[in-house]
Design a protein around this ligand. Sequence first.
Ligand code: NI
Ligand code: MN
Length: 195
Amino acid sequence: MAVELTFHGHACFTLRGSGATLLLDPFFTNNPLADVSADSVEADYILVSHGHGDHFGDTVAITRCTGATVISNFEIATYCENQGLKAHALHLGGGWEFPFGRVKLTIAHHGSTLPDGSPGGNPAGFLLDIEEKRIYFAGDDDALQAVGLLNPRLVIPMHYGTWPLVEQDPHAFAKRVEEMGVRCSVLPSGQKLTL
Ligand code: NI
Ligand code: MN
């Protein structure tokens, strides 16, 4: 079975597979690249890599109206539970078998303070096993170096072009990835890809 991925700009993706819809880092409001608005997206699970506003994004509003379960580190999961939302906490290195597949939190070198200043624990990446596909959401990283270490089958660049601070040419990056013998797909916001 396939996993369908949709890019929404910045670090925000929808993944559909194994009968579930997952939203990763649901940043729609104030995301200049977002192809849809927060009130029109579906989600059964919302995965949050860290507390920064451009990743935590619309987590509370979307979880309220969809009834989705937030999957994140203990601090962010507890923060959501304290607002009456459903959440499942994992710690770095911890994994859990969900109905759609397995999620493991991996180390990311970054910060995680929540938009209101609450402590957001440690930032994370996600290792996802869905429908016999392994997807690694690395977060903000030295991407080219990571490609060399991981040797993936496909690279999808993210977290670029949203603001001047993260201005990058994804096609120049893709060229360098392809020179390493790895496929790279630059997705415009709103584009779907079947894995
Ligand atoms: Ni951040
Ligand atoms: Mn960010």
